[in-house]
Write a protein that binds this ligand. Structure first.
Ligand code: FES
Length: 580
């Protein structure tokens, strides 16, 4: 789906977003750079072939339309790059974004001399800047300048291309080929440049390359002016950026509370994704914050009305995934007031869309909390009802329960008829935590169970006219090690397989849920889960050692007649409080 988001047409005619313009101008520049590099590489083979391809290229790039397109692309791409830099409120943008940005800003410093030394002398003095002339002018004095320029351009462009194509299945399938291409092209290019320079008898042909009376000082002065102008632009942009960052630090901060995670204070002006990165809160962002993938989406639990409305670009992505009104893209939302959110995709999905480091692709062992919840007496209740009514009731129940689970920081593993399996604590805890292993997930699960019980009571109230008797449910919770892995995709499949949890912990949670029916209670929580949450059980819970099928020893548990009786866990890693 994400690839389609990127290429989906706007409603109501052609309206390009800045990201699309930046991408289009970048592709024009990439085409110029790639053919330029391949042109150099021909030097390994034949100087004549090198020059023949150069003639072909310049016929296009030096034509009026070609020159206009290149100049416009370079200007627009540069300005939009600077604009993106000005919008960032932190350097914690992800290493790829930082390298791409820095390399992009450095390119003009090395490019100015290159352009004036070749195209500049061509325009000023009518010099035929053939390869023979270019190599004479640059070898060996400017060889390092040339090498650094090639490196900056290629790395900047390759990162941009990778971030864009990562969402496309055919690219992920052939990733190894693209990595090889990204290394081989610049290597061959520089080798071709060196080989041609070392084999050509250049100097005698260019004893007086600019013609009689030509003053090369004109070019030197133009280079100095261009370098000065760029330094002024860079300095001005850096000053504006610093002022904006300082201003945002001085303004009142907003509190961001992550469901089942920390509460952090953040300056206004940062995107929610920047806030997550700055505070090391795991947060999926496959496209690197470019509003292309939707994996950074969050549900805003509190404070939605006080937030700025989605931009056209964000709204377009949200429309595309049919997101409900309380879902926003973290990479686009700049909170203007305190809010509480729950991330909707595990942070591991970042790599899972195709990068080889997918932590779940081959399975990982992790201590998590598993919850099973099941609707009681649904079969009896659905007798005599129209199929439409049955599906409506079930969707009401499951939809509300899934929302509570996600808002508590959990991940809905699967729906099973009228039941749900959920996993809590899949992402490693943010920062250092003194809590026992799996503690964060256990606290989230207890909070979810309490919330689910409350939602069920409200649902029963709103549906009381239609229900022969109130809906009831059973919840089983256990904390322990599981295998988290992607199950169900063939190695050649384009689809990312569903993430699921496997192991004894899952079986035990399921059996505890089954026991709630025998005991006529709403929740049974293993003692291990309660201990992990750091939660004193309180007087409403009953301690028991229950025989469980498949277990040699009785399992110590805590029984809650109502899930709302379950205790709150120990305080999580809270760095601030949500102001009233
Ligand atoms: S849409 Fe991709 S990170 Fe936000």
């Amino acid at each position: 789906m994400t690839a389609e988001i990127d290429s989906a047409p706007e409603r109501g005619g052609l309206r390009l977003t800045t990201a699309q313009v930046r991408l289009a101008s970048g592709l024009v520049l990439y085409a110029f750079a790639a053919t330029h590099f391949l042109n150099h590489a021909l030097g390994l083979w034949s100087f004549e072939a090198m020059q023949a391809m150069q003639d072909l290229r310049t016929a296009i790039t030096r034509s009026r339309p070609g020159t206009a397109l290149l100049a416009a692309s370079a200007t627009v791409h540069g300005l939009l790059g600077l604009w993106r830099f000005l919008q960032a409120r932190t350097w914690q943008l992800g290493w790829r974004n930082v390298v791409q940005l820095l390399f992009g800003l450095l390119i003009p410093i090395f490019l100015i001399r290159h352009v004036f030394d070749l195209r500049g002398v061509h325009e000023a003095f009518g010099v035929a800047d053939t390869y023979a002339y270019a190599l004479w002018a640059m070898w060996p004095g400017s060889a390092w300048n040339q090498a650094i320029l090639m490196l900056l351009v290629w790395v900047h462009a390759s990162i941009g291309l990778h971030q864009w194509l990562l969402l496309k299945p055919w690219y992920r399938r052939t990733l190894w080929l693209w990595y090889a291409y990204a290394v081989v092209v610049p290597a061959l290019s520089f080798a071709g440049f060196v080989a041609a320079a070392r084999t050509q008898p250049l100097r005698p042909a260019f004893a007086n390359p600019f013609g009689p009376g030509a003053d090369y000082g004109v070019i030197e002065r133009a280079i100095a002016q261009a370098e000065l102008a760029y330094a002024a632009i860079l300095g001005g942009a850096a000053a504006v950026w610093l002022a904006l960052v300082l201003a945002s630090r001085l303004r009142p901060r907003v509190a961001v509370r992550y469901a089942g995670g920390p509460t952090v204070m953040a300056p206004r002006g940062m995107t929610l994704l920047e806030v997550s990165r700055a505070n090391r809160v795991p947060h999926a962002s496959v496209c690197g914050g470019r509003a292309r993938c939707s994996t950074c989406r969050v549900r805003v639990i509190e404070g939605l009305a006080e937030q700025p409305p989605p931009s056209e670009r964000e709204a377009r992505v949200l429309r595309w995934i049919a997101a409900p009104a309380n879902v926003r893209l973290a990479c686009q939302l700049r909170p203007s007031a305190s809010l509480a959110v729950s991330t909707l995709l595990p942070a591991g999905i970042d790599a899972a869309r195709g990068a080889p480091a997918d932590p779940f692709r081959w399975g990982v062992e992790r201590v998590v909390t598993v919850m099973f919840a099941d609707l009681r007496g649904f079969t009896r209740m659905s007798e005599g009802k129209l199929p439409f009514d049955v599906v409506f009731f079930l969707n009401q129940f499951l939809g509300r329960m899934a929302e509570v689970i996600e808002d508590s920081g959990g991940f809905v593993d699967k729906f099973m008829g009228d039941g749900i399996m959920a996993v809590f604590g899949m992402d490693p805890p943010a920062g250092r935590s003194a809590a026992p292993e799996g503690g964060g997930g256990a606290r989230q699960a207890l909070a979810a169970a309490r919330g689910m019980s409350g939602v069920l009571a409200a649902l029963n109230q709103s549906l009381r006219e239609d229900l022969p008797e109130p809906l009831a449910m059973g919840i089983g919770i256990h904390t322990g090690p599981v295998i988290l892995g992607r199950i169900g995709a063939t190695p050649r499949s384009d689809q990312v397989a569903a993430l699921t949890a496997l192991g004894e912990t899952v079986n035990l949670a399921s059996r505890l849920e089954g026991l709630t029916k025998d005991r006529g209670v709403e929740a049974i929580v293993s003692a291990a889960a309660l201990a992990a949450a750091g939660a004193p059980p309180g007087e409403a819970l009953e301690r028991a050692e229950l025989p469980v099928r498949g277990m040699r020893q009785p399992v110590p548990v805590w029984i809650a007649r109502r899930a709302t009786d379950l205790p709150d866990g120990a305080a999580g890693p809270v760095a601030g409080a949500l102001p009233a």
